[in-house]
Design a protein around this ligand. Structure first.
Ligand SMILES: Nc1ncnc2c1ncn2[C@@H]1O[C@H](COP(=O)(O)OP(=O)(O)OP(=O)(O)O)[C@@H](O)[C@H]1O
Ligand SMILES: [Mg+2]
Length: 462
């Protein structure tokens, strides 16, 4: 039962409101001053505080401030005589939920009270959600406890309640599809189907029939009626992955479907209503595509009602150990293995790597380590070559010190380059093609550099 606190120094008003609101089924407490109200709010939680503005002692505005401080979930409604409506408006600005102008009608009180209580419930729900999420290290299939991920979880939980179309953006491998699945799971259609479509993987001439279906005879190979993915996702969610890859003609058609919630099969005459939640994803900059004229602006705004951006892994490194754990468990059970964990040296490398391929890349690395390792701990032996190289660059760069008197960067780098060229040539017995390969440069570039540094046979002698 919602709890209401009435604050008014006029007895008749307290009595009148008390009778009225109790009749509505609320639990009502009345006090005759702001001071008492504050004491009461400290003792108990109230959904709504209904306070008079002008009172001897603390004013209604003082009550508002104190209550919002002490009990941010409580909604405050101000009561005021007509003459002071302006003050009431300033109360709204300070966070009051609403105000009632005296003398008021019974209905007005009921309506405002109902809405305030609804708001209070919503705020309470959100607090609860926030608290739950704050304690979690994962959300549906998403693993991560960084503050950016927690914010994402909260947002997902909130948008899942709505029917709004959602656009998920983020680099490749950040978890856009997992995010879409989490939204679906948490929404009212979570029991319905989740249908993913990769818009970039379907040949342009087939997209329309894939999405909307076709009737028998619509084109040469259409030898029977076929349902589209939109219909398959009825009562659930359709995940339009790589939506930036949709050809222009399809963009127009998709826009129509989003507007009218109806689809027509290729070659069909009738439109069918579909009740499908649309979640789109892209790793491209759709706004830029709109500017370049390759993505329709109207469709962009239709899709982008709510945008969820999934941050790249390098911006939430604190999630790495947790993800490493998660993937070790996953691949150990898949490959029937058991490990203590990742040893310190390998973990250091894992923590410092920039992950251009984001979580998918980390996942692949861990799978590789799990498969290759034979000891008790996962070690750097299982890391891919380019990561080890990255690491040796790092330690090399870390070892360099700038002397007191400073240094000449150009010459320093040139000297380093020349040294490495000579070393590579010695290693390959002077074979330039092989030396170029060792250094990861082209043969042409090798020749150019040998010229530049004037390196000859003589330099190769020890
Ligand atoms: N937060 C996470 N916790 C656990 N696993 C994750 C997380 N994010 C991504 N993954 C895993 O990483 C892989 C890539 O995720 P997903 O396919 O959702 O990324 P994506 O953003 O859709 O990538 P792309 O743009 O390449 O399609 C999947 O195997 C997924 O299970
Ligand atoms: Mg994807």
């Amino acid at each position: 039962m919602a709890k209401i606190l009435i604050v008014d120094d006029e007895l008749s008003m307290r009595e009148f409101l008390g009778i009225l609101l109790r009749k509505q089924g609320y639990e009502v407490t009345s006090v005759s001053s702001g001071e008492e109200a504050v004491a009461q709010v400290d003792r108990e939680f109230y959904d709504v505080v209904l306070t008079d503005l002008k009172m001897s002692g603390m004013s209604g505005l003082d009550v508002l401030r104190q209550v919002s401080d002490r009990s941010p979930g409580t909604q405050v409604i101000m009561m005021t005589a007509y003459a002071t409506a302006e003050t009431a408006i300033s109360a709204l600005k300070q966070g009051a939920y609403d105000y009632l102008t005296k003398p008021f009608k019974v209905d007005a009180v009921k309506v405002v009270m109902e809405k305030a209580i609804e708001k209070a419930e919503l705020v309470k729900e959100n607090f609860k959600l926030k608290r739950q999420i704050a304690e979690q290290n994962r959300f549906e299939e998403l693993v991560g406890k960084s503050s950016v991920m927690k914010r994402l979880y909260e947002l997902i939980a909130r948008v899942a309640q709505t029917k709004a179309t959602i656009l998920i953006t983020g680099e490749s491998g950040t978890g856009k599809e997992l995010g879409a699945r989490a939204i679906h799971k948490r929404s009212s259609c979570g029991e319905g189907p989740f249908v993913p479509v990769n818009c970039g993987a379907i040949p342009a001439e087939l997209i329309e029939s894939e999405l909307f279906g076709h009737v028998k005879g619509a084109f040469t190979s259409a030898n029977r009626d076929k349902m589209g993915l939109f219909q398959a996702a009825h009562g659930g969610s359709l995940f339009l992955d790589e939506v930036g890859e949709l050809p222009m003609v399809m963009q127009v058609k998709l826009l129509r479907v989003l507007q009218e919630k109806k689809v027509k099969r290729v070659g069909g005459l009738h439109e069918e209503s579909v009740d499908t939640r649309i979640i789109a994803a892209t790793n491209r900059d759709l706004r830029q595509m709109v500017e370049d004229g390759t993505f329709r602006e109207d469709l962009y705004y239709r899709l982008n009602v709510i945008q969820l951006d999934i941050p790249p892994l390098r911006e939430r490194r604190e999630d790495i150990p947790l993800l490493v754990q998660h993937f070790i468990r996953k691949y150990c059970s898949e490959h029937g293995k058991a490990f203590e964990g990742v040893d310190e040296e390998a973990m250091k490398i894992l923590l410092n790597y920039p992950y251009p391929g984001n979580i998918r890349e980390l996942e692949n690395i861990i799978e590789r380590m799990v498969t290759l390792e034979t000891g008790e701990w996962l070690t750097k032996e299982g890391l891919p070559y380019h990561m080890m190289q990255e690491q040796s660059f790092n330690s090399l760069a870390d070892d360099l010190e700038i002397p007191e008197e400073g240094l000449d960067l150009e010459r320093m780098v040139e000297r380093l380059e020349r040294n490495l060229l000579v070393k590579a040539l010695r290693k390959t017995g002077g074979v330039r093609k092989q030396a170029a390969e060792t250094l990861g440069i082209s043969f042409r570039s090798m020749r150019y550099r040998l010229d530049k540094y004037n390196i000859s046979e003589k330099d190769l002698e020890l």
